[in-house]
Design a protein around this ligand. Structure first.
Ligand code: F6P
Length: 568
């Protein structure tokens, strides 16, 4: 084994056969899992359930009203033992303590990672650089309560004295997806007097279509941006400001119709937002982990601060569980290690998120940022190129719509796609047989994915339909389902604020587990920064303010075509 640098400047280890190997893939725990996979790969879930009637009890966990059934995974007790050995080899429990204690574990940005502090109860103590941040967190929560109560009870009004009826959040990425997903998920708790809207895309259509039906006198804009430098957000905020000033014929109106959420106070005041309407958060809160901070203000306005605090309390309950439960009974640890099992030992490239709850329609999109921006990395914490798979592609749609679209591939395609099914036991909308039908679909799908349909079963079914001979044989291959498709099922009593907080924190910690074990920094996002730089450089060329610089032939061709067709 020798260490050298790749052409890209990354440190790499090369084994005696000339293959690149990291400490992780050389480790005893990793190698043991590789050996074990060869035996598990030959077993089927069908057999595993047949030979062990207690499998559900062994491989399910409960926390408050939440049930995780992970028994339909390609695992035995030995698999879990080996997976948790890998987690312990990575010192997972120590890393959890380091995160909760405010250590600067985001190495490439030199920052602490303390979204857990955002839901810490008043009176607890968490320090960053010697400063207890919990009082700061609660000071901002109190400010959010005053503001949201004022807007909701009509004591805070617009420039012309009318109460607010619409809130428009202007932000992107972590400054949009969290509040959007939570507002939708908690719609049953939402105000009937106040609607929330989300504008994120720099495509003017987003803002234009949103403002089309709004009354400027009763519209409140919240500009959400951790950095307050994000091009898309600032462009939308400037256009929203112009829309308001133009309609109300008053520059002063901005003071009562705009609020901002940012870590960058200089930039918010430059934009003209009244200091009382600026809500702080801190650089130890990552964008995609920020819905618990003042970034959650649109949610607090919509569902009220008491409900928002329930959402925080649910997350805090999950934080305690993650820190205190032994790995064997630890939901995020189990889910995180199962993901690694499929990504790294079965070659699974994607992970489907399938909520059987219409209110969770944005949950897959939310998890896309949370998981892929966090762990979609190719070098480890030491700057070495990794020789193993990191983040799977995350995607999904609510059931049962997905069943009539892409489930075909999950059942009979050539790829193994582990899937998470999420469903409430009790619906917010009890209407006839709908909920029983929904859950029947959910349970039937995980059962079918697990069992599949053997050739013998398919043959018997076709014969029962009166088919035989060549016709039956010709149809048979299409009717066979290999099964053995792994799924998790997360059942919760009802999608209330506390439960949603638990669910979101569960996935946050799952991401953390995977980052620690895969030895990557889950809390930076340099890949996204590249796009920001490049778009900034190209814009003046599209505006005709700068001559076309020498891009590659394709990019030059596209720019020239745009300039020619648009007449710029
Ligand atoms: O998409 C990259 C990113 O930096 C995200 O991490 C962040 O959530 C988003 O942009 C928005 O950034 P800001 O809140 O600073 O406008």
């Amino acid at each position: 084994m020798r260490a050298t640098r790749s052409g890209d400047g990354n440190l790499i280890n090369i084994n005696t056969e000339g293959f690149i190997m990291s400490d992780l893939t050389r480790s005893a725990a990793w190698q043991a899992l590789q050996t074990h996979q060869a035996t598990i790969g030959k077993q089927t879930l069908r057999e595993m359930f047949r030979s062990d009637p207690a499998r559900f009890d062994k491989f399910s966990l409960r926390l408050d009203g939440l049930l995780l059934d992970y028994s339909k995974n390609l695992v035995t007790a030995e698999t879990l033992d080996l997976l948790l050995k890998l987690a312990r080899q990575a010192r997972l429990e120590e890393w959890v303590a380091r995160m909760y204690d405010g250590e600067k574990i985001n190495g490439s940005e030199g920052r602490a990672v303390l979204h857990t502090a955002l839901r810490a109860p008043r009176g607890s103590r968490i320090t960053v650089d010697g400063r207890d941040v919990v009082p700061d967190v609660h000071r901002v929560l109190d400010q959010m309560r005053r503001f949201s109560d004022g807007v909701r009870d009509g004591s805070l009004r617009g420039h012309t004295g009318k109460p607010f009826r619409d809130v428009v959040n202007i932000g992107i990425g972590g400054s949009a997806l969290g509040p959007l997903m939570v507002s939708e998920a908690l719609k049953p708790y939402g105000s009937a007097q106040l609607a929330v809207h989300f504008v994120s895309n720099v495509d003017a259509t987003d803002l234009a279509e949103t403002t089309k039906r709004l009354d400027p006198e009763t519209t409140l804009f919240i500009v959400s941006s951790k950095t307050f430098t994000t091009q898309e957000t600032l462009a939308n905020a400037r256009s929203a400001r112009a829309w308001l000033v133009d309609r109300l014929k008053s520059e002063e109106a901005v003071a009562s119709h705009f609020a901002a959420i940012s870590t960058n106070f200089g930039a918010t005041s430059q934009f003209g937002i009244a200091p009382d309407n600026v809500f702080e958060f801190w650089d130890w809160v990552g964008g995609r982990y920020s819905v618990w901070s003042s970034i959650g203000l649109p949610v607090a306005l919509y569902i009220g601060m008491d409900n928002f605090e329930q959402f925080l309390a649910g997350a805090h309950a999950m934080d305690r569980h993650f820190r205190e439960a032994p790995l064997e009974r630890n939901l995020p640890a189990i889910m995180g290690m199962l993901g690694i099992w499929y990504a790294d030992f079965f070659g699974a490239a994607s992970n489907a998120i399938l909520p059987y709850d219409q209110y969770l329609q944005y949950f897959p999109a939310y998890l896309q940022q949370l998981e892929m921006e966090s762990n979609g990395k190719r070098v480890n914490r030491e700057g070495q190129e990794v020789d193993y798979a990191t983040q799977m592609v995350v995607w999904g749609e609510p059931g049962t719509d997905g069943q009539h679209s892409f489930y075909q591939l999950i059942h009979q395609g050539t790829r193994l796609i582990p899937a998470d099914f999420l469903a409430p036991v009790i619906s917010h909308n009890p209407m006839g047989e709908h909920h029983a039908m929904l859950l029947a679909n959910c349970f039937a799908q995980t059962e079918a994915l697990m069992l599949g349909k053997t050739g013998g079963e398919a043959r018997a079914e076709l014969a029962a339909q009166g088919l035989g001979g060549e016709a039956l044989e010709a149809l048979l291959p299409y009717k066979v389902f290999p099964g053995n498709r792994p799924t998790n099922t997360l059942l919760f009593e009802r999608l209330d604020p506390r439960t949603l907080g638990m669910l979101v924190a569960l996935y946050e910690h799952k991401v953390f587990v995977q980052g620690v074990v895969l030895d990557i920094n889950s809390f930076d996002q340099w890949g996204v920064e590249l796009g920001k730089q490049l778009a900034g450089k190209l814009l003046p060329e599209l505006q005709g303010k700068q001559p076309l610089s020498s891009h590659d032939a394709s990019t030059n061709g596209l720019i020239k075509h745009y300039l020619a067709v648009s007449g710029k």
